[in-house]
Design a protein around this ligand. Structure first.
Ligand code: 76R
Length: 255
């Protein structure tokens, strides 16, 4: 049997996509809209400040197109924390004007294809830079005021191309080329790779952040030419949006 790579997990992740019922919003009396904005802002502020758990981070984004209007992303140490965050939203009066369009559950992950040193002995005196890099992957920050793209993906298990049948070294080589492509976007793209094996419909959730949305298009396109994507990548739906501060919720809904 081919060898599975070692992995290490960090925070659990919930991508909570909401559509807004714009007709109901327009028709609602002013005081109801004010209450919904007030409770929505309070919810988002408290969750961005992570008042509900020991650690983690949250962020809200406006989403373009018909698939959703809002995306709230939560990173928390446990699935229970995520569940609480999701239910607390339902208790706000803002939730009366939204539906959960879709959602995605995953856990941040680093795998031992490339950072093998880290996995050989976790207590070993590994390079401080590498340790910080790995911690940043497992417990990521969400950059302010940036565009976001989210999509789920899997590695193919086809008759001709089956990722899971390949020997470890071949997979590691392809992941190394993937890493080289990725590093060409250093400073432009920040990515969070979170495993959803056993949790959701695809194998990973990919969340990309960029100041310039063209960089998102460029990296995804470039990676399509890497074997790891061209032969073995299978993709779900794509979502694109932009982060906004909780205080701007009213402007988003009324503007
Ligand atoms: O070199 C290293 O230390 C880390 C190398 C690395 C791994 C192991 C890496 C680098 N990634 C890894 C794992 Mn990635 N990544 C994606 C996508 O659209 C597509 O075709 C793919 C979506 C992007 C855009 C991206 C970006 N990566 C993974 C895995 C898990 C695979 C597994 O375990 O089988 C997936 C699904 C995945 C997908 N990756 C990078 C980037 C970027 C920008 C980098 C380089 C920067 C960095 O290392 O932080």
């Amino acid at each position: 049997m081919p060898e599975a790579p070692p992995t290490d997990e960090g925070w659990f992740v919930l991508h909570d996509f909401r559509t807004v019922d714009w007709d109901a919003w327009r028709d609602a009396p002013e005081h109801e809209r004010e209450r919904a904005v007030g409770e929505g802002v309070e919810y988002l502020r408290a969750h961005e400040a992570v008042e509900d758990a020991d650690e983690g981070t949250s962020a809200v984004f406006s989403v373009l197109g018909h698939k959703a209007d809002l995306l709230v992303v939560h990173f928390r140490p446990t699935l229970d924390d995520l569940s609480r965050a999701e239910r607390q939203f339902e208790r706000t009066s803002l939730a009366n004007f939204t539906e959960q369009a879709t959602s995605y559950v995953s856990v941040t992950e680093v795998s031992g294809y490339v950072s093998q040193e880290y996995f050989e002995d976790e207590d070993a005196d590994i390079d401080e830079g590498l340790r910080r890099y790995i911690e940043g992957k497992l417990e990521p920050d969400v950059p302010d005021d940036q565009y976001v793209a989210f999509y789920p993906m899997s590695k193919r298990r086809g008759e001709k191309h089956n990722w899971y049948d390949l020997p470890f070294d071949e997979r590691a080589e392809m992941m190394s080329v993937h890493g080289d492509t990725g590093r060409e976007y250093a400073g432009k793209i920040k990515q969070v790779i979170a495993s959803s094996v056993g949790f959701d419909d695809f194998e990973w959730g990919v969340t990309l952040f960029a100041e310039d949305p063209t960089d998102i298009k460029d990296i995804v396109y470039d990676m399509r030419f890497d074997d790891v994507s061209s032969k073995y990548g299978e993709f779900g739906q794509f979502y694109v949006g932009r982060r906004f501060p909780p205080a701007d919720l009213g402007a988003y809904l009324d503007g």
